[in-house]
Design a protein around this ligand. Structure first.
Ligand SMILES: *[C@@H]1O[C@H](CO)[C@@H](O)[C@H](O)[C@H]1NC(C)=O
Ligand SMILES: *[C@@H]1O[C@H](CO)[C@@H](O)[C@H](O)[C@H]1NC(C)=O
Ligand SMILES: *[C@@H]1O[C@H](CO)[C@@H](O)[C@H](O)[C@H]1NC(C)=O
Ligand SMILES: *[C@@H]1O[C@H](CO)[C@@H](O)[C@H](O)[C@H]1NC(C)=O
Ligand SMILES: *[C@@H]1O[C@H](CO)[C@@H](O)[C@H](O)[C@H]1NC(C)=O
Length: 258
């Protein structure tokens, strides 16, 4: 199941590489940032420069060369767009994942588009959380751990030892939660880290073995002392019972001898 997933991820990403380079310029940003798409032109006085989103061929920005008058017809984008008066380059501010897609800029002086962009907006990465997996009790001197992230898509989650990858899983379009297990020895050095990354950024959490791996032994000790407690109570109950039995016997003995 997961193998299929990973294969699909790689496949669609390499397709982008094949398409993107020549005709479509790829731009990747993290949500919340600003991005500027260049028209690669200088506005002439008899010019009208227009920006459109390709998927619905919707006009989102235009500037008139004569009076430099700008217009932003798309209500959803209007407040977050800016046009450069000299170059007609388009800036999208406070970008959202839903702004992802193809953008095209045209001039009234030319039939072919001036430029085309494939804009990909990635969600902000959360910091991966490492926790002790206490459901796995080992007789050996090992500590079971889980690295987890909630509700992610287009990411890879990996365990590193130093700079080498020990294991990893990837997820594409779905928004799901991921967990990746790791087993370490108590006396291991603290060179492990869990890394969440997408194609443009990463978030890292370093494993502190002495801090994390003592938690379950505390639980075990608690369980042990609870067992000892139960045993103590059992002995006490037994003691009390046998004493009361002896007492009964003693009480009975005189009445018999009478
Ligand atoms: C745009 O980029 C994304 C992510 O890199 C890719 O999946 C998609 O196929 C690209 N689209 C085009 C038309 O190049
Ligand atoms: C998961 O992420 C998606 C998109 O990032 C968001 O729309 C959704 O509300 C999130 N769900 C939860 C439970 O956080
Ligand atoms: C304990 O952890 C070490 C290091 O990760 C691993 O090589 C070994 O197989 C583990 N032992 C057991 C019994 O799981
Ligand atoms: C921990 O690091 C020390 C010094 O860097 C090294 O001598 C030792 O073998 C390491 N221990 C393990 C379990 O990797
Ligand atoms: C994480 O990103 C930083 C720069 O932002 C980079 O130096 C580092 O190599 C990246 N780490 C991984 C594991 O991708």
């Amino acid at each position: 199941m997961f193998d299929l997933f990973i294969f699909f991820c790689l496949f669609s990403w390499s397709l982008a590489g094949v398409f993107g380079v020549d005709e479509v310029k790829s731009v990747s940003v993290t949500e919340g940032e600003s991005v500027t798409l260049n028209s690669d032109t200088e506005i002439q006085t008899d010019d009208m420069i227009m920006w459109r989103t390709v998927h619905n061929n919707s006009l989102i920005a235009k500037i008139n060369g004569k009076d430099k008058k700008t217009d932003f017809p798309d209500e959803r984008l209007r407040d977050r767009l800016k046009l450069d008066e000299k170059t007609a380059s388009l800036t999208i501010m406070n970008i959202r994942t839903t702004d992802s897609g193809l953008y095209r800029v045209t001039s009234s002086r030319s039939k072919t588009p001036l430029n085309m962009f494939n804009l990909t907006v990635y969600a902000r990465l959360s910091v991966p959380v490492i926790s002790r997996d206490c459901s796995v009790l080992r007789l050996y001197q090992n500590c079971s751990l889980l690295c987890s992230v909630l509700n992610v898509s287009h990411v890879t989650l990996s365990w590193y030892k130093g700079i080498s990858v020990l294991s990893s899983i990837s997820v594409c379009d779905l928004s799901i939660s991921l967990s990746l297990p790791l087993e370490v020895e108590y006396q291991d050095n603290n060179t492990y880290s869990c890394v969440l990354n997408n194609p443009i950024s990463n978030q890292t959490t370093h494993l502190d073995i002495t801090q994390l791996c003592k938690t379950c032994s505390a639980v075990i000790r608690l369980a042990l002392s609870a067992l000892v407690g139960v045993a103590t109570v059992a002995v006490l109950v037994y003691d009390v019972r046998s004493r009361s039995l002896q007492q009964k016997k003693r009480e009975q003995t005189p009445s018999n001898s009478d």
